[in-house]
Ligand binder design. Structure first.
Ligand SMILES: Cc1cc2nc3c(=O)[nH]c(=O)nc-3n(C[C@H](O)[C@H](O)[C@H](O)COP(=O)(O)OP(=O)(O)OC[C@H]3O[C@@H](n4cnc5c(N)ncnc54)[C@H](O)[C@@H]3O)c2cc1C
Length: 512
C-alpha cells in the first residue's frame, strides 16, 4: 500500500495482473506449509537460529494485514484440518471434571466447514458468520463474535482448551485449569503473538430451531428509522437476536438476524416496533420486504440466501473498517438515545448485533476469575459492535495511490470520532476495527489486561520473534511494519509535505 507496488488481484478484473512488473510487497518470501506441531517446531527453531522474524497465516482474512509481513518467514496453518473430534464428556487438561460436550478442531478449520460437519450430530458450535473465516486462528484470538453470541457468548467464552507451539519450541496445552496466563492471552490477546495454535476445543450446544428475520426497505425518514432501531436495541439484544442491522446513506434499512430462543410468535412480537413502522410507510415504489420464519436448525440458519449474499459480497474486494463497542448505558436514557441517533443520521451505518451483553458469563470467567479472557471489559456491557466500512477497487489505479489510501484510512478512522466522543471509556473490536485506532491499547484490551499480556509476551517471546502491527509488544519502528501508511497520529494533515517525505523515503530506501 505504502508504495503502490501492486499486482493485486481484484474480484472484478482478473486480468489486471498481466504485463506488469510485480513486487513482493508485504508477502513473505518463504512459507512453511505446516501439517503438524513438529513442522511448526522446526520452523520456529530455524527462525530462532537465523534470527528471522516470523508471521503466522491461516486464511489471510485479517483486515489489518497482520498475517503477513515483508522479509518474514511465514508459518501457514490453513491445511491443518484433521477430522472434527466430538467428545460428549470433555475434561480439559489439568481439570478434574467433565465440562460437557465439546468439539476439537485443527488450526486451519473454517466456520462453514465446521457447521456443515456438525449438522446431523445434534450439536452446534459458536463460530464466525463468514463462511471462510478460520475458527482457531485470528477469530478466536481476537474475541470471535457469531450469530449465537447473544445467547452463547463469544468465541473466547466457548474455548475450553488450546494447544500451542510457543516461540521457544515447547508444545503445550492451556485451559482454565492449567497455564492460565497463556489461556488468558490466547483468548482475546490477539493472533500471531504468543505462539502458533495447532488445535482448539470448544463447547458444543444442543442444535435447535431458530427464528430467522429478514426485514428490509428504503424508508422516507432517516431520523425516525434510526430512533426505532436505537429504542429497540436493548430489547433485541436481550431477546437473543444475533446478526446485523443498520441504515445506509440512501435510507436503505435492513434487519437480518437469527434467534435460537424465541418462538415464531414471540419473535414477531419482539420486532413489532420495526415491522409496524415499515408497514405504515411502505409504498408501491418502496415496498417492505418481510420474512420471519422458523428454521429447523443451525445449518439451515447458516444457509439463508440473504446471509450468504451479504457475506459473499465481501469476497475478493478490499475494505477497511472502524469499530466501536457501544455500551448499554448509552441506550438507557432519552438523552443517550438522542445522542446516538444524532451520530447515526450524520452518516449511514451498519451495526453488528453479535454482542454478548445478554449472555451471562459464569463467575469464574468474570474479570479476575481463572477463566477470564484478555478482551476489553467493554465487550461485556456493549449492546452494539458498531462499524463503518470503506471499500475500494484494487483494479482502479487511482484508488490505490498511497495518498488516496492514506486519506481513506484517515477518514474511516475519523468517521468513528463522534461515536467515540459519546462513549468515553468504551472499546473497539480489534479484529474488525480501525487499522489506525487511536489509543488502541485501551480500546482493544484496557490497560490492566494489556500490562498482563505484555508480561506474558515478554516471558514467552523475549526476542519478539512473532510480531504484528499494533499487536501486544509491537515495536513501532520495526522493519516488519514499514509498509503501513502514515495515518492519523503520524500525519493528521495529509495535505502536508509529511506524506510526500514519507513516500519519498520509502521509495528511496526500501522495497516495501
Ligand atoms: C469476510 C470476513 C468476515 C468476517 N466475519 C467475522 C465474524 O462473523 N465474526 C468475527 O468475530 N470476525 C469476523 N471477521 C474478522 C475475523 O475474525 C478476523 O479477520 C480474523 O483475524 C481472521 O482470522 P483468520 O485466522 O481466518 O485469518 P488470518 O488473516 O490468517 O489470521 C489473522 C490473525 O491471526 C493470526 N493467526 C492465524 N492463525 C494462527 C494460529 N494458528 N496461531 C496463532 N496466530 C494465528 C495471524 O497471525 C493474524 O494475526 C471477518 C473477516 C472477514 C474478512
Amino acid at each position: 500500500m505504502a508504495q503502490n507496488r501492486r499486482c493485486t488481484l481484484s474480484a472484478n478484473v482478473r486480468s489486471n495482473v498481466t504485463n506488469q512488473i510485480c513486487h513482493q510487497g508485504t508477502v513473505p518470501d518463504y512459507y512453511i506449509e505446516a501439517r503438524s506441531a513438529e513442522d511448526i517446531q522446526l520452523g520456529l527453531r530455524f527462525a530462532r537460529e537465523h534470527k528471522i522474524p516470523v508471521t503466522i497465516k491461516n486464511t489471510g482474512h485479517d483486515y489489518k494485514g497482520r498475517s503477513t509481513g515483508p522479509n518474514t518467514l511465514a508459518i501457514w496453518t490453513k491445511n491443518m484440518v484433521p477430522d472434527l473430534d466430538i467428545n460428549e464428556n470433555f475434561t480439559p487438561e489439568g481439570c478434574d471434571a467433565s465440562v460437557g460436550p465439546a468439539v476439537t478442531y485443527g488450526a486451519g478449520q473454517t466456520t462453514r466447514d465446521m457447521y456443515q460437519k456438525l449438522d446431523g450430530t445434534g450439536y452446534m458450535a459458536v463460530g464466525g458468520s463468514c463462511t471462510t473465516v478460520g475458527v482457531a486462528g485470528g477469530w478466536l484470538a481476537g474475541g470471535g463474535h457469531s450469530i449465537l453470541t447473544p445467547t452463547f457468548g463469544l468465541g473466547v467464552d466457548n474455548a475450553l482448551q488450546i494447544r500451542v507451539v510457543l516461540p521457544n519450541g515447547t508444545y503445550t496445552t492451556a485451559s482454565r485449569c492449567q497455564n492460565q496466563d497463556l489461556f488468558f492471552a490466547l483468548r482475546g490477546g490477539g493472533g500471531g503473538t504468543y505462539g502458533v495454535v495447532t488445535e482448539v476445543t470448544s463447547k458444543l450446544h444442543k442444535d435447535r430451531q431458530f427464528t430467522y428475520a429478514f426485514l428490509s426497505m428504503t424508508v422516507p425518514d432517516l431520523r425516525k428509522i434510526n430512533e426505532i432501531m436505537v429504542a429497540n436495541a436493548e430489547r433485541w439484544a436481550d431477546d437473543g437476536w444475533g446478526g446485523l442491522y443498520g441504515v445506509d446513506d440512501n435510507n436503505g434499512s435492513v434487519f437480518l438476524a437469527f434467534n435460537p430462543t424465541l418462538s415464531l410468535e414471540e419473535s414477531k412480537e419482539s420486532l413489532k416496533g420495526l415491522t409496524d413502522y415499515f408497514e405504515s410507510v411502505q409504498t408501491d415504489a418502496a415496498p417492505f420486504t418481510a420474512k420471519i420464519i422458523t428454521l429447523a436448525n443451525h445449518w439451515e440458519a447458516q444457509n439463508q440466501a440473504e446471509l450468504l449474499s451479504f457475506l459473499g459480497s465481501e469476497a475478493g474486494i478490499s475494505l477497511t473498517r472502524s469499530s466501536r463497542l457501544v455500551p448499554r448505558d448509552n441506550f438507557q436514557t432519552p438523552e443517550g438515545q438522542k445522542a446516538i441517533v444524532d451520530v447515526l443520521v450524520a452518516k449511514g451505518w451498519a451495526s453488528v448485533l453479535g454482542t454478548p451483553t445478554a449472555f451471562e458469563l459464569p463467575a469464574s470467567d468474570l474479570p479476575g476469575g481463572p477463566g477470564e479472557s484478555a478482551l476489553t471489559a467493554a465487550w461485556r456491557n456493549a449492546l452494539w459492535h458498531f462499524t463503518y466500512t470503506s471499500v475500494w477497487d484494487q483494479a482502479d489505479p487511482a484508488a490505490v495511490e498511497p495518498k488516496v489510501l492514506s486519506t481513506m484510512f484517515t477518514q474511516i478512522s475519523k468517521d468513528m470520532d463522534p461515536m467515540r466522543a459519546i462513549t468515553p471509556g468504551a472499546g473497539a473490536y480489534a479484529s474488525e476495527g480501525d487499522v489506525y485506532e487511536p489509543d488502541h491499547i485501551r480500546s482493544f484490551w484496557g490497560q490492566k489486561n494489556y500490562d498482563r499480556l505484555l508480561k506474558i509476551k515478554r516471558e514467552l517471546d523475549p526476542d519478539n520473534l512473532l510480531s504484528c502491527f499494533t499487536c501486544v509488544g509491537y515495536e513501532e519502528d520495526n522493519e516488519r511494519h514499514r509498509c503501513y501508511l502514515p495515518v492519523r497520529s503520524e500525519t493528521p494533515d495529509l495535505t502536508s509535505t509529511v506524506v510526500d517525505d514519507f513516500m519519498h523515503n520509502l521509495v528511496e530506501n526500501i522495497d516495501c
